[in-house]
Design a protein around this ligand. Sequence first.
Ligand code: ZN
Length: 67
Amino acid sequence: MATNCVACGKENLDKDTIGINKKLLGLDIANFYCLDCLAEYLDCTVQELLDKIEEFKEEGCKLFEGK
Ligand SMILES: [Zn+2]
C-alpha cells in the first residue's frame, strides 16, 4: 500500500509519518500529509513532529509498531 501526501504528492509516506497523521488528525482519516506539509498544516515545526513521534513510540503506541 503506497500512501502519498495529499498536499504536495510526496510518495510512499513511511509508517511513522502515517502514524503521526492518525495520532494528530484522527484514526479514520483518508488523506495523509508528509511531515513538511503536516507541520505547515498544524503550524508547528517538523522537529516538533519528530519529537512527538518519539514520545508516542516510548508510550508504546500501536500506530508506530513494527517499523
Ligand atoms: Zn507534503
